[in-house]
Design a protein around this ligand. Sequence first.
Ligand code: PLP
Length: 445
Amino acid sequence: MERPEIKMPLPGPKAEKLLKEHRRYISPSYPKGPDLVFERAKGVWIWDVDGNKFLDMLAGVAVNSTGHLHPEVVKAIEDVLKRFLHVSTDFYHELEIKLAKKLAEIFPREGDNQMVFFTNSGTESTEAALKLARHHTGRQYFIAFEGSFHGRTFGSLSVTSSKNVHRHRFLPLVPGVFFVPYPNSYRPPFNAPPEKASDELLDYIENVIFDRIVHPEDVAAFVIEPIQGEGGYVLPLPDFFPKLRKLANRYGILIIDDEVQAGLGRTGRWFAIEHWNTVPDIIGVAKGIASGLPMGAMISKAELMTWPQGAHANTFGGNPVAAASALKTLQLIEENLMENAAVVGEYFLNRLKELQVEYEEMGDVRGKGLMIGIEFVKDRESKEPYPEFRDRVVIELYRRGVVSLGCGPASLRFSPPLIIRKEHVDVAVEILQEALKATREVLSN
Ligand SMILES: Cc1ncc(COP(=O)(O)O)c(C=O)c1O
């Protein structure tokens, strides 16, 4: 089996030089993982500038869904490059129409009538969703969930609350957002027993938020992540979203489902919310949609798109190169990658659960498909987060040639390309075991 090949202490000399220049010229505001300077990538493998070879268990945070440089995706992009690079959104081209049709088709729907607004990133999908919800309902307020991440521009940041550093010195944001606890299945809200926690949370929304703080008829939408991404790969309580749907229906409130990280096949379904049989009104996607080209979309029930010409637009939306890549990406996902994500993801989760028996620090191992997180704790009883352990595991994995990243207070995430096979998982798990052992040794000294 092919394995990572690390030939030197990392980062190597060429990487060191580039890292120095990066620090000199590029904004320090980007969060950073291990010091990996890419030279090239293919499939599930990445080579750095010093010739070291890494197994990609991250896919650029759920972006390279079909793996790096999938030949069919490259071919689709090449074909379009002979025709045009850009078509103004004032005009028309077939690729964006085909792509919109496909996205409308896969929307988890009751009816059969969806429309699409194309964006260039996740945050822009959130912005479009918030604006559409306000415009359509004529209502101003939003209810968002603690620990969630929806983007970093002013509107999306206003519904984001995963880390203080995202918000510090940027306030005030867009007014009219109220936060309630996330229906976290590992740490249920209000410390309620898991089987009662959803009802307690909904009770809180109805009897505290709606009764005393904001009238439900002033609320445009709930903004949810079906699985929290940046917040720590947190799974929801299984009964929460169907119950939220009922509550939302009662008051004419929309549900905006942010599938930027979890959506488009990664969890073994087109959209993660489908695991909980809930139909949202608006969905935001980006990241994995075009296998690595910058693109996103806001998909909504057609009856919500009551905004007139000129009300919302952008320059690059539906770019033909990105659209060609996205069409091929969705085709590959549909043909077999979604199924692969479900099968290999389950295998991966089970292998990690076996490891959990040996490692007390692995407080929770969770996920759907190939969106898998491990939350590290100081002890399983108190569930006190153990960020130092997580941070060290990320480094130890990198030193052994496995690319991953932290998220949330103390979670490690795996969001590999959807082409990954069980043999790759075996390699990753074997190396993880070594990394856990090394971390224990380092932290006990
Ligand atoms: C759930 C979710 N929404 C929105 C975003 C923002 O996406 P972008 O970085 O493309 O603006 C992210 C990015 O991590 C995300 O995970």
